[in-house]
Design a protein around this ligand. Sequence first.
Ligand code: MG
Length: 266
Amino acid sequence: MKIAVEPFLIFATLVAVVAPLSAQQPPATVAPKPKDTEVWEPVPKVVTPGTTDSAPPSDAIVLFDGKNLDEWVQNRDKSPAKWTVANGVMTVNKAQGVGNIETKRNFGNYQLHIEWKIPENITGTDQARGNSGVFLASTGPGDAGYELQILDSYNNKTYVNGQAGSMYKQAIPLVNPNRKPGEWQSYDVIWTAPTFNGDGSVKTPAYVTLLFNGVLVQNHFELKGETLYIGKPTYKKYDTAPIKLQAHGDHSEPISFRNIWVRELN
Ligand code: MG
């Protein structure tokens, strides 16, 4: 009898004492595990890189591969592009009445690769020495849009927010990695297009990141609006836009382009 009662009393005592205590304790915490912070899906899609880092990867739209200007039109009237193609490169046509060319396609956000060369026999000074440009969004005729400047800035003094690698009159390049005239140079651009509200006001601004000859010169720079030659930049509502190349009016020798491709990031 004594033996039978004691375990019951011990159990009852334990319940009476421990149960109220455990009710007051916070719930037992589970020790965090490495797998708690692992994400397995969705899996990024496979993209086959180019044979070199400058060659287009498998998901790129090739805008110029050295053969023709099929992806380009005249900015002025959308007629076939009239710049010169020879020996695998395209060269600016500075003849009167030709002007800027732009892509047939419109783009929003993208990654762009483009190579350009200032001719070895370049002449001129300041802004009149190999001036061209890549309008990251062409929002209208002429020079309307957001201009990433091209210029011979190897040994050529000009205002620093107008040298090669600048977002013209807005963003000074962080450093100057220019190669000398006669050598090919590259721009790798990440363009985040601006977005707008229905009333035309800015919802989110444009951003640009630029690697110039592999060197970071613009680091997620927030633009204040479209490029203006005179006055302060302002935004103008647009949805998607072509990429435009500039035939600048200066009299120096025309520059050339090659290996142009884009990856849409929308
Ligand atoms: Mg220019």
